[in-house]
Design a protein around this ligand. Structure first.
Ligand SMILES: [Zn+2]
Length: 411
């Protein structure tokens, strides 16, 4: 890269990025409970020691978010760099081959909970932001750094809170979630979590099945019918064709042949079942907690209608737990184009857009008309698992790409 863009990217120091990611991993911001107070104050002070004033915002003393801004203007056209500070719990620590919050480099990998999801990416956007501050007078639009809480438990108190309160505004958002450096996440499926209650008629177990009505057996039939939800067809927009094909490939790489249909079909997981009170009592109530994911091209209403039809056959009640609609940003939008250009210039890679099956903070941005993508370093197989790690070279390269993306907004 030449000129001022080359200068900005050249500012990125591998030592600094690795040292910062290491320090972030060593602060265990585990969610639940999701207290980000300590890590947020650390990041605020770190920015302060680099001459940048940051502010803390949050709905409670535990859910603390850090926001900093460089460049002038009202902010409606800002580029937001977003990263979550919380991590999932370490789980059974005896199954890790190093301490979960180790934060040290071994054999070219930085090790510890959050290395991939996503303190590596977080360190990258913070360092790119600090480097960009030196070029503040040349910025065509403001750059906002948003380090957020609560992502691992839904994001309403993090990214959602900052947008809701008008604390962060902009036209594009880059979320440094792990994708690997050759792919850009541009969309995600919707979520529909419901509770289903099915009633029966109680009675003495010695008379079943000739007496009463067993709610558990009824639920078995309900489940069988609910599984047919995977057969509903979806009509995704044509511009997503390539992204969907690539997503299928990515999923089959991990989940084996056939798993790719999860991208453009409804998936269903019956996660919990509760029913019955005693072995010799015919159960009169059985409850299910069901997790369904809705592909782009369908809405939660289509699936709710389907569930109601099933329940119409057996009787039963439907209760909503939570939901979000599928959402995406166009593969031809400005931020995707800029990112692909910069990735090609810096790494010589053709990065391809894809759709993810899980939901993320990107939905808060897209719901407000802000284009949003995920791009970040990570070893996908270790995310939320044991022995989480990130390749050091990948980590540093991601930071350079973030600086490169910012340089697209320099005069
Ligand atoms: Zn994450």
């Amino acid at each position: 890269m030449k000129g001022i863009a080359g200068k900005l990217v050249g500012k990125m120091s591998a030592e600094r990025v690795i040292a910062l990611a290491s320090k972030l991993i060593k602060i265990p911001s585990v969610n639940p409970p999701g207290d980000t107070g300590e890590i947020a104050r650390f990041i605020k002070d770190y920015l302060g020691s680099n001459g940048i004033s940051a502010h803390l915002y949050g709905p409670s003393p535990e859910k603390v978010n850090v926001v900093a801004k460089i460049g002038g203007g009202c902010g409606d056209d800002a580029l937001i760099l977003n990263g979550h500070m919380d991590v999932v719990p370490a789980g059974d620590e005896s199954r890790w081959s190093f301490p979960p919050f180790f934060g040290e480099v071994r054999d070219n990998f930085l090790l510890g909970r959050g290395a991939s999801d996503m303190k590596g990416g977080l360190a990258g956007i913070i360092e790119a932001f600090i480097a960009a501050a030196e070029f503040e007078d040349n910025l065509q639009r403001p750059i906002i750094l948003a380090c957020v809480a609560d992502e691992e438990t839904g994001g309403k108190l993090g990214t959602g809170y900052l947008l809701e309160g008008g604390i962060t505004r902009g036209s594009g958002a880059l979320i440094a979630e792990p994708t690997g450096l050759d792919s850009i996440n541009i969309g995600e499926k919707g979520v529909l979590w419901v509770k289903i209650k099915v009633h029966g008629e109680p009675g003495h177990g010695s008379l079943a099945p000739y007496f009463g009505e067993n709610a558990i057996i009824k639920v078995c039939k309900v489940i069988e019918d609910l599984l047919k939800v995977t057969e509903i067809g979806s009509k995704p927009p044509r511009e997503l064709g390539e992204a969907i094909d690539f997503s299928r490939e990515l999923i089959e790489h991990v989940g084996g042949k056939g798993a790719g249909v999860a991208v453009d079909h409804v998936t269903i997981n019956v996660g919990m079942i509760r029913g019955g009170v005693k072995i010799n009592v015919i159960p009169d109530l059985c409850e299910l907690d069901v997790d369904m994911r809705i592909p782009i091209g369908l809405s939660s209403l289509n699936v709710i209608e389907f569930i109601r039809e099933v329940l119409g056959r057996y009787g039963g009640e439907l209760e909503m737990i939570s939901s979000s609609e599928p959402n995406y940003s166009s593969p031809n939008c400005e931020i995707v184009k800029s990112l692909r250009k910069v990735i090609s210039e810096i790494l010589g890679l053709e990065a391809k857009p894809f759709i993810q099956v899980a939901s993320s903070d990107a939905r808060f941005y897209r719901a407000r008309g802000i284009t949003a993508v995920h791009y970040g370093p990570g070893e996908i197989g270790t995310i939320h698992g044991y022995n989480e790690r990130v390749g050091v070279e990948e980590l540093v390269n991601a930071a350079k790409i973030y600086a490169g993306l910012i340089s697209e907004y320099l005069l």
